[in-house]
Write a protein that binds this ligand. Structure first.
Ligand code: C2E
Ligand code: MG
Ligand code: MG
Ligand code: MG
Length: 284
């Protein structure tokens, strides 16, 4: 919508953004107390490797159980947590919770399962991240290469020199560094090579129309080829149909994540559906 204002100029009111701002204000106070009130929980979404015919890892995705509103989406409260700085303690909680859950699953015998954790730039730019990651690994005895830290292109481009030095330090610990939502950001290929990355996660907006839209298909093919040439792993996000999975597999992208396999679920449901002794796989 556009609206005429005095002086003949226009301003635009984006209903979506307007709504989000109102919601943000509504949630801000509650968010400050959410950690101490233990209102956060983690859901886990399987990452499967079609080559291995099984789940190889999970991505931890935060959920906020608001006392009055019920589950609030991270798309609403993560930006707010970033603006207020609350993302630093929340992010530390996520890291500790996710790795201790991974430890429980390893102890049950699923000892090569990986865990991917999302990080925000503010956490990344804090000197304490390296210490926390190191401590969490030491406390649990988790093999560092089973921990994947996810960052978006835009987050690492915010302060590239700092990002490169933090990533190099994390890489020395042995953890993996994955680029989330790849293809939607502003990083250039030249820059990418300077980061000690392990994995590109193809954004789900390219996967969505992969069978309908030639451009999305070309882009996806290019990302897969590029990853291979750079010696990186590639995961497709947002795989919702068998046809999408088949197409990706035909392009030799066999690592996938999406509703076709499973939505994010609570730990107990993941155990019930995916971590049984007969290793039921995903196509139950
Ligand atoms: P993301 O890291 O790119 O996570 C993938 C999002 O796509 C998740 O949304 C997931 O539920 C959704 N998704 C998975 N498969 C499909 C599919 O097949 N189709 C569709 N349409 N969607 C799918 P979710 O859980 O709402 O999280 C949204 C975003 O919030 C995440 O995007 C991430 O950027 C952020 N986030 C979530 N948890 C954390 C966290 O612990 N820390 C930080 N910093 N950010 C987080
Ligand atoms: Mg992610
Ligand atoms: Mg993503
Ligand atoms: Mg995202």
């Amino acid at each position: 919508h556009s609206k005429e204002v005095a002086g003949g100029s226009y301003y635009f009111y984006d209903e979506k953004i307007g709504k989000r701002t109102i919601e943000s204000v509504k949630y801000e106070n509650a968010l400050y107390r959410a950690l101490e009130r233990d209102e956060f929980t983690l859901y886990y979404q399987p990452q499967v490797d079609l080559c291995k015919h099984r789940m190889v890892g999970v991505e931890a995705l935060i959920r906020w159980n608001h006392p009055e509103e019920g589950l609030v989406s991270p798309d609403i409260f993560i930006p707010l947590a970033e603006q207020t700085g609350l993302i630093v303690p929340i992010g530390e909680w996520v890291l500790r919770e996710a790795v201790s859950q991974l430890k429980k699953w390893h102890d049950k015998g699923f000892d090569d399962l990986c865990m991917a954790v999302n990080l925000s730039a503010a956490q990344f730019e804090q000197g304490s991240l390296h210490r926390i990651v190191k401590q969490v690994l030491a406390e649990t005895g988790i093999r560092p290469e089973l921990l994947h830290l996810e960052l978006t292109e835009n987050q690492i481009m915010r302060n590239t020199d700092l990002a490169i030095s933090t990533m190099n330090k994390l890489k020395e610990l042995g953890v993996h560094l994955d680029i989330d939502d790849f293809g939607t950001g502003y990083s250039s290929l030249g820059y990418l090579q300077r980061f000690p990355l392990t994995t590109l996660k193809i954004d789900r907006t390219f996967i969505r129309d992969i069978l309908l839209d030639e451009d999305d298909r070309a882009l996806t093919d290019t990302i897969i080829t590029m990853a291979k040439n750079m010696g990186l792993e590639v995961i497709a996000e947002g795989v919702e149909t068998e046809e999408q999975a088949d197409y990706l597999a035909s392009r030799e992208c066999t690592m996938m994540q999406g509703y076709f396999f499973s939505p994010p679920v609570p730990a107990r449901k993941l155990e019930k559906d995916f971590l049984t002794n007969d290793q039921g796989g995903w196509s139950r």
